[in-house]
Design a protein around this ligand. Structure first.
Ligand code: SAH
Length: 602
């Protein structure tokens, strides 16, 4: 008997239970060595005869199968992912049919699914696309003319393109000629579920060049479509107002629409809440919620002050669909300062104007108004002086570059110089490529400046200090180390290295420490995420690290703090090596940071 088996996308524990059982009782295995993870072969009995089909012709494969069948031996033909996609199984089955040899087929997890899983994406997002096109560019195997990539791209459906990572300039050209906009989102997923998996988020227009930068030219899926942007309506299946065979509908006054994927771009404001007061306004609110991934709420009597208070506490943007006066009265008691107030925008229910009312720059209300305008056809009514004159807005720039402004009271000094036609001087620890905006001069390190872009502490009495979140702290510690000791050591290290505490992006360790109470509390106190990695992940990164035989023995990897800092820094570099004391080891890495001159979405 011949068993065709889907091996799954790569991770050995993603084979099915049935597939693993068949491997366990195989006498002969023929596996597609180019893509199947050889670790799976360890599931087979020791005496099993193994062939790598990457070196065989179809005839040789069938010959091995036929001989095994004659000898009454069980054969597993192991294909990557699921055999039904580009598996070339039908030609084998035809040959077996001719020889009268019986076979069966066990499905596997396709790389199509594994890639979506690593992106936490859904191909079939309601309101975005309900279809998935699985295709490839023609290679040695031709593709029928009616299935040209450009013709398929014209549908605008979600797309998964196999076997084409070596031909990305052609893929890009066909997608563009098929009607995709150069800004349409693309994800390139290399070796989904393998330890060296790598994901590149890019756009149709940048696909080939970004892939080249990441050196990806094989074993990758190219996923294309708006489903990657994370926008979409709620599914009807889980909508409380929709009955299914299992659940009766419920109705509540004031319901929410839309969802947030937690993904933020330089332009998006992440938690946007929209309130409306009339039927017409409600329709607009729902449209905006869908387009901005926000939540819409129809105001109920007496509910506005609570909605506004909660929004000021938790949201990034509040949108009032209605009269500006209502918004002004509602927000008045909550307005504090430009560093912390959320963006507030008013849109009239007829969608003529989108007026940023509060936090135009730092809070992103100008951007939000522009997004609203683009979504519903209104005109953004921007009133901040720099924008009115097309001048550089330093606080909006800070937001777009993902920087924290440590001394927002100095923003007005910078803006008023620009408004008075004086030049401002910017000093940055990173290169600032391209032409600086009008009125802005870039100066070298140590020169007097008006704006300082640096992750280090600044003693400058004059400059506006912008701090990017680039610093990653890697930590190892003995079990039970108290959080206050961890905090003291962390602060001490940051002081010695002169990093501004606001530059800290996250703390990282090994997964054996994922439940270490002191580390969890440290992350909470510092207000940053705590990430952990497996020993294998830590061991897999290249580079020279301080090595300890003791740590290797206990943890399964020779170093935790340096490796986890580098791994958590997404391709960054170690900036401070292992720093040991009190049973704690610390190391610092910096994430890559490439600031540019973008300061507006408009
Ligand atoms: N039957 C397989 C596909 C085989 S064709 C499946 O269901 O996944 C080989 C192509 O599949 C590769 O060129 C690549 O485009 C894709 N592929 C296979 N494994 C992959 C993985 N782990 N990650 C990303 N793409 C993968």
């Amino acid at each position: 008997m011949i068993h065709f088996v889907g091996a799954g996308p790569g991770a050995p524990d993603l084979i099915t239970v049935r597939g693993a059982r068949l491997l366990g009782s195989a006498d002969v295995i023929i596996y597609a060595g180019s893509l199947v993870n050889p670790e799976l072969l360890s599931l087979a009995p020791e005496a099993c005869e193994v062939h790598d089909s990457a070196r065989m012709t179809l005839e040789q494969v069938i010959d091995v199968m036929a001989r095994a069948q004659r000898d009454g031996r069980e054969v597993v033909r192991l294909h990557t992912g699921d055999p039904c996609l580009y598996g070339a199984i039908r030609e084998q089955m035809d040959a077996l049919d001719e020889l009268g040899i019986p076979y069966d087929d066990t499905p596997g997890v396709s790389s199509l699914c594994a890639a979506a899983a690593s992106l936490e994406a859904e191909y079939t997002l309601p309101g975005v696309s309900q279809s998935l096109i699985v295709t490839r560019l023609a290679g040695r195997t031709p593709v029928p003319e009616g299935e040209r990539l450009s013709a398929l791209a014209a549908h605008g459906a979600s797309m998964a393109i196999f076997l084409s990572a070596g031909m990305l300039p052609q893929v890009q050209e066909e997608l563009l000629s098929g009607g995709y906009h150069a800004d349409a989102p693309v994800a390139l997923v290399y070796k989904a579920s393998w330890p060296d998996e790598c994901v590149v988020h890019t756009t149709v227009g940048q696909l080939a060049s970004d892939a080249e930068k990441a050196s990806i030219n094989r074993t990758a899926l190219i996923l294309v479509g708006e489903f990657l942007a994370g926008e979409g309506e709620r599914s009807r299946l889980y909508d409380p107002s929709f009955s299914t065979g299992y659940r009766k509908a419920s109705h509540s006054a004031g319901h929410s629409v839309g969802h947030s994927t937690g993904r933020t771009t330089r332009c998006a404001t992440s938690d946007v809440r929209i309130v409306s007061f009339t039927d017409r306004g409600e329709k607009l609110a729902h449209l905006l919620a869908r387009k901005l991934e926000g939540t819409a709420w129809r105001c109920e009597p007496g509910g506005l002050s609570r909605w506004t208070a909660e929004g000021f506490q938790d949201a990034d943007g509040l949108v009032f669909v209605g009269a500006a006066g209502i918004a002004v009265r509602a927000i008045a008691p909550h307005v504090r300062c430009k560093a912390t107030d959320p963006a507030v925008v008013v849109v009239d229910e007829g969608a003529h104007f989108a007026l940023p009312l509060l936090s135009g720059h730092l809070g992103g209300a100008n951007d939000l108004a522009r997004q609203i305008a683009a979504a519903c056809g209104a005109r953004p009514a921007i009133t901040t002086a720099t924008d009115g004159r097309g001048l550089f807005a330093v606080d909006e720039w800070a937001r777009h570059q993902g920087c924290i402004v440590t001394n927002p009271e100095r923003i007005k000094n910078v803006s008023s110089r620009l408004l008075a036609d004086d030049a401002i001087r910017v000093c940055s620890d990173w290169p600032l490529p391209g032409d600086a905006p009008r009125g802005v001069t870039v100066v070298g390190p140590g020169d007097a400046c008006d704006v300082l872009l640096s992750a280090h502490e600044s003693a400058d009495e004059h400059a506006l200090h912008l701090v990017p979140r680039v610093l990653v702290l890697g930590i190892g510690c003995r079990r039970g180390t108290p959080s206050d000791l961890l905090l003291r050591r962390t602060k001490d290290l940051m002081e010695r290295t002169r990093y501004d505490r606001r530059s800290l992006a996250c703390i990282c360790s090994i997964d054996a420490k994922a439940d270490e109470q002191g580390l969890i509390e440290l992350a909470q106190t510092l207000g940053v995420p705590f990430m952990t990695f497996s020993a294998d992940e830590l061991a897999s990164i290249p580079g020279t690290f301080a090595s300890s035989a003791f740590v290797q023995d206990v943890m399964g990897v020779d170093n935790v703090c340096e490796r986890s800092a580098v791994l958590g820094s997404d391709g960054g570099t170690l900036v401070h090596p292992k720093d040991a004391g009190d049973g704690i080891t610390l190391a610092l890495a910096e994430r890559p940071f490439e600031p540019d001159w973008r300061w507006t979405c408009g």
